[in-house]
Ligand binder design. Sequence first.
Ligand SMILES: Cc1ncc(COP(=O)(O)O)c(C=O)c1O
Length: 432
Amino acid sequence: MISPHGLSAVAPPPDRSGTNFRPERQTTGSVTGSITGSADRPTTGPTAADRIGSSVIRDLLALTERPGVISLAGGLPDLDLLDPERIRAAADHAASVSGAHGPVALQYGPTAGLATLREVVADRLGVDADEVVITTGSQQGLDLMARSVIAPGDEVALQEPAYLGAVQAFRAAGATVVGLPGDDRGLDVDALSALIAAGTAPRAVYVVADHHNPTGAVMSPGRRVRLRELADAHGILVIEDAAYRDLRWGPPTRPLFAPRSPVVHVGSASKVLAPGLRVGWMTGPTDVIDAVLRLKQAADLHTPTWNQLMVAHLLGDGHHPRHLERIRTAYRSRAVALADELTTRLGDAVEVTVPDGGMFLWMTTRDGTDTDGLLDRAIEAGVAFVPGSAFRTRPPGSDTEADHTTARLAFASRPEEQLRAAARRLAEVWRP
Ligand SMILES: Cc1ncc(COP(=O)(O)O)c(C=O)c1O
């Protein structure tokens, strides 16, 4: 059983309860914990690991991946939608590329990434290849960017509930994360404006404008324009995380990023190809990109060359648009099936919006059903999801009603029959 309490245990700083592998320092400087032989060497302040808590979602996923449980908890893409022939061809192609120092796939490469992939990405973004850095997943882009632009104590504003991977990257860099409200039109830009008017213009604003994780919201055109205006007027850096942008089946949206604008774009091959390849990219103002490159060199020298060659091949070959179409069509039918079964079984007790892209359906209980408690019962009944409380950035104890009446259901990696079965199981245990 998962206790509802455990799920609420997102550990924002300064609570270090989630970092049990670090020594616990006291104000006297003495150490009460132990870490591989360095127990008598206290550091002078919190380390990056101290600043972030454990990942509640990772702990939760371990419990939900039990046999027999239809898990709608993890945000996994459906790899069955990848054409194995194309993947094999991309791997073979990568293995066959030869350079001045032997097979490129097996050799060290440039920190910014291989020219071949930088060019494919640059072409998509309308920038020059030398403005692009290839990262080890977009998560590394967030981490390096955070450490490049944020000094300890700086504020980073974002829509609450939030993608905790980004929250962790910002906190590790020493940022104070400021959660702002949002709705089905994305981040509430009026709330940002009010924050600025109150005298605290954040250093940066982090946005997942297209198919937000976890809410699935898409930022409205008007809010995008206002956000850019506010950011320009107050020297705020906008960080656009476009991880789900290519999974859109609704009408196109306008990105926040524009070439040579004060916006950082972070992108990923994970959601449209395979997360195991760990390939992402970023572009943005030159000084940010220069700083990111210095940190990347220290972090991992470069992203694996074999994977970069594969991704360049897969994104660049003529089949990619058809592949995207295939994923979008499958995900759309799944989203519709899940929403349909939930509303059929639960009626007014639940509010769901069919998304027009992404991988998540955001559910709100209208009859006050507590989603933390529901999860306990759901796992017993063989279905899992992530309750809204797991995505909040505020400390436990400052919960809002929405934290406990919302949930994220990932529909991407399950066939329609399983999604319908999951909704039926949920309906059976809806009430205690
Ligand atoms: C909004 C968002 N950004 C970034 C990432 C990181 O993805 P990756 O590092 O695989 O590119 C994720 C992963 O789930 C995500 O949901």
